[in-house]
Write a protein that binds this ligand. Structure first.
Ligand code: PRX
Length: 648
């Protein structure tokens, strides 16, 4: 099955930007022969510069690479102003609330809203270029407007996913030293209102002296607390603002945004992206990977709180002049046909979602999609985790009617945009493979010394040349940036970017991602560091030791499995109580996504004599697999059996 090849549909190939593998190879060769020339060509063609750059790439301070030196631009000019000639009345954002409400913002509407909001931030709140603004919002158009308003005036936004808890929000506010929080009273989820503003209030109770103001968008008109002098109502203040705000002249390398993501150690990292390189690649991949046409309606179901929402709901589609759908709620409200109904109604052409959602909807409603006309679909996409062949086939046949290529896009918060993906008109696809690197992207599977990994063997997935939309640094932590990404692999003696993922070439050279090789778990396409979870659990007064691993899960891809060693003797009743307490702590400190699916109380952990926990053994035990590893080198070789008996 995994080796079955599906060739591109001729209709798509005929009109695609990249029509066949020869054209793909030509682009790749162009990049290999003259790397800077390749990027220079696209940067000139795609970006409306205020002032041209003087140099394409500066590698002098590697790995702190710089792109398009001295170039001046504004990302919102690229996303809005320049479209007004041709597309002012074209829908930019089509929004659907969970309860069925609809809003359409044309490019002109969005331009006005962004300008007004930018004026509000600048004139009423004194936000300036370089200030950090935390956006803690539900999926409503104002979330995109807030991001773009920041970009308009050169403020750096840091969007925090609305499912994160007050503590997680607080950590991110403090690390970024945010001056302003933009939030909403609440939103709707599974048909019920939920509140966001109280989470902000809670976060601001401690250590957030940097925050001067909170701007609240009214979404669900719930009764909420307003603190005089700190909290302001967006819907009132916006009324008096003018419709034009001069775009701030930004340097190519000025930061555009921070987005916090989990690593294998310590607290989440503030991944910093730049202006020009990011927007260039967001636009190029939007056009190439989704085969975007002028009249298309494109829908990405991600949340704005993740990188997919940033690049492929807001910046990519708008830079490319597309119509992008934004949906507030869950896929199963009021029933598992919700998304398919929306595809029919909006005549969606490109649909981009996560394998976890595909598995959920496959399981929830085999018959649901058959009730709707999905014939408008042309390209299907997946992101966030490997897709299993079963889910792939269902997506391909039942949703795509056997005629839509599936673009399995591999990328990361740090890469800014797609890195490895099929091109819908060119690439023959294989279920479960992200296929080949995109033109210009030097993605390779290598060993730590840069030697290519033989076909069929696992290696490290690296990007061996800098690319425009790459992470620039970790906010406030340049050493951590170097250590996290540039200390594992080298090529030709030079450190190269290591993604943290393992991967493998098959016999035809197709890339299959095998998953993280570090201590990061991928739950429903979201990264969570085991260290973050362990640090929360470790604070429980009865916990002596804890180790967390990922375990394969039918819907979520991976689930969170914790092994806990208690301080004293325990009883079954205490264990049940503790499971509840630990999950409450995780929800409070991180958010519901960090809840453990399984917790096992064990007498000890498998450690080497130097005290290192052997997670590989713990992962195998969680899966119920036989332990193939030599356990005689463990500090206590009998521990494996003891742990296994606790699984029963
Ligand atoms: O392990 C890879 C997995 O998701 C990680 C990146 O997570 P994040 O930064 O949260 O971004 C998710 C959305 C881009 C990667 O290190 N991943 C992402 N896409 C794929 C994938 N694994 C397999 N196949 C993919 N297409």
């Amino acid at each position: 099955m995994e080796n079955k090849i599906f060739y591109p549909n001729k209709e798509i190939s005929k009109n695609a930007l990249i029509k066949n593998m020869c054209e793909y190879q030509d682009l790749m060769d162009e990049a290999k022969e003259d790397y800077e020339g390749f990027w220079d060509r696209f940067a000139k063609e795609k970006i409306d510069w205020f002032e041209p750059y003087t140099k394409v790439l500066d590698e002098s301070n590697a790995p702190f690479y710089k792109w398009f030196i001295d170039g001046k631009l504004n990302v919102t000019y690229q996303c809005l102003d320049r479209h007004l000639n041709k597309r002012k009345n074209k829908a930019a954002i089509i929004w659907e609330g969970e309860l069925g409400e609809k809003r359409v913002l044309t490019y002109l509407d969005l331009y006005y809203e962004v300008n007004k909001t930018a004026n509000l931030l600048k004139n009423q709140f004194g936000i300036k270029k370089g200030d950090r603004v935390v956006i803690y919002m539900p999926m409503i158009p104002e979330a995109a407007i807030a991001m773009l308003a920041c970009a308009r005036i050169g403020a750096i936004h840091s969007v925090v996913f609305g499912g994160f808890s007050a503590e997680a929000l607080r950590d991110r506010i403090i690390d970024a030293e945010a001056k302003l929080i933009i939030t909403a009273d609440g939103a709707f989820r599974r048909g019920k209102p939920y509140l966001l503003k109280p989470v902000v209030d809670e976060a601001l109770k401690e250590g957030c002296e940097c925050v001067e103001k909170v701007l609240v968008v009214e979404r669900n008109q719930e009764e909420i607390n307003y603190e005089e002098g700190r909290d302001y109502l967006y819907n009132e203040l916006i009324k008096t603002e003018s419709k034009y705000c001069e775009p701030e002249i930004m340097d190519s390398e000025d930061p555009l945004f921070l987005l916090y993501t989990s690593g294998s150690t310590g607290k989440p990292k503030g991944v910093q992206h730049s202006q020009a390189g990011y927007i260039l690649w967001a636009q190029m991949t939007m056009e190439w990977v989704f085969d975007l046409k002028e009249n298309d309606t494109y829908w990405c179901t991600a949340d704005i709180g993740w990188i997919t929402g940033h690049t492929y709901i807001v910046y990519g589609p708008l830079a490319a002049g597309a119509t992008t759908i934004m949906y507030e709620g869950v896929p199963v409200y009021p029933d598992a046909g919700r998304w398919w109904r929306m595809i029919e109604e909006h005549k969606v052409n490109q649909f981009y979602t996560a394998p976890t959602a595909i598995r959920l909807l496959h399981k929830a409603g085999e018959k649901e999609p058959l009730k709707y006309d999905l014939s408008s679909l042309r390209v299907l996409g997946t992101v966030g985790e490997p897709i299993n062949p079963d889910a792939w086939m269902w997506y391909y046949e039942t949703i795509g009617g056997g005629k839509c290529p599936i673009v399995d896009t591999w990328w990361q918060t740090e890469t800014g945009g797609h890195m490895i993906s099929p091109l819908p008109g060119a690439t023959p696809i294989k279920p479960g493979s992200a296929t080949f690197p995109l033109p210009g992207i030097m993605a390779e599977i290598i060993d730590t010394k840069g030697n290519p990994t033989p076909k069929g063997e696992k290696g490290y997935l690296c990007i061996t040349k800098p690319w425009p939309s790459m992470i620039r640094t970790i906010w406030n932590a340049p050493e951590r940036f170097k250590k996290s990404y540039f200390s594992t692999c080298t090529k030709d003696g030079k450190p190269v970017y290591f993604s943290g993922d393992g991967a493998m070439y098959d016999e035809d050279g197709y890339i299959f991602i095998t998953g993280r090789v570090d201590d990061v778990i991928n739950v429903s396409g979201h990264r969570i560091g085991t260290a973050e979870i362990e640090s929360v659990i470790g604070h429980h007064p009865n916990v002596a030791e804890v180790a967390v691993v990922g375990k394969p899960h039918e819907i979520k891809g991976e689930s969170i499995f914790a092994y806990i060693v208690l301080k004293g003797e325990d009883t079954k009743a205490e264990e049940m109580q503790m499971v509840q307490e630990i999950n409450e702590m995780l929800v409070k400190d991180i958010g519901a996504i960090a809840k453990c699916d399984e917790i096992k109380f064990v007498p000890g952990l498998p450690k080497t004599r130097s005290g290192k926990i052997m997670r590989r053994i713990l992962r195998a035990i969680a899966k119920g697999e036989e332990i193939k590893q030599d356990t005689s080198t463990l500090e206590d070789p009998t521990i494996v059996q003891k742990i296994q008996s606790c699984m029963l």
